[in-house]
Design a protein around this ligand. Structure first.
Ligand code: FMN
Length: 182
């Protein structure tokens, strides 16, 4: 690891290139790339190192993807329908036990998703955190059944990954979190 106190250019390029992709090609992700992304997610920080609290379900089955896509269509303000998966051929569902009163399970899955998002970016792939369409999915027992989420776990978030139609390259961020230095 670099001990000069400077972040590596490669690392900063990944941070600056990460973005939410909302238009994927129909190409499926190379297996070696997907495995590296999944590994990045599986080894993310987890509260109390209790890795049994979270679970990942990798969906690449085209039939199930179509059922979910069609069953969870989102409506734009102008009434047109949007594919909630943005055309992605791989969706990773993050489920967890609980959630407990302090909702720490959501923090765990978010860490896994961010690790995967950075891993995907470093491989030149697009990705996006998926939250909105889960409201519809949770209300549809037939669709939920297709995902075979382990007993006792609830889907908390999802992540789409694939080849982006637009280039993945360094860009100005959409905004910045405010900071107070004391
Ligand atoms: C917790 C969380 C939930 C999100 N849910 C969605 C979602 O359901 N659909 C979507 O298109 N983007 C979703 N996003 C992506 C954000 O809209 C996106 O990160 C933000 O607009 C900043 O843009 P950027 O990721 O391109 O930098 C979500 C992001 C986070 C962190």
């Amino acid at each position: 690891m670099n001990k000069t106190g400077e972040m590596s250019e490669v690392f900063m390029n990944v941070i600056r290139s990460r973005c939410s992709t909302r238009a994927f090609t129909s190409e499926t992700v190379r297996e070696e790339d997907l495995e590296q992304i999944i590994e990045a997610g599986r080894t993310a920080p987890i509260a109390g190192a209790d890795y049994t609290m979270s679970h990942m379900t990798v969906l690449g089955d085209p039939e199930v993807l179509t059922r979910i896509r069609e069953g969870c269509m989102m409506k734009r303000k102008d009434g047109t329908l949007v594919d909630p998966l943005y055309g992605a051929q791989t969706i990773i569902f993050l489920s967890a036990t609980g959630p407990s009163e302090d909702c720490i399970e959501y923090c765990n899955v978010a860490c896994a998703i961010e690790n995967m998002s950075l891993a995907a970016t470093s491989l030149g792939l697009g990705s996006v955190y998926l939250w909105g369409f889960l409201k519809k999915l949770r209300k549809d027992p037939a669709l939920l059944e297709l995902l075979r989420i382990p007993e006792g776990y609830t889907i908390l978030s999802a992540f789409a990954v694939g080849y982006a139609k637009d280039p993945i390259e360094p860009h100005e961020p959409k905004g910045r979190i405010g900071v107070t230095y004391l």
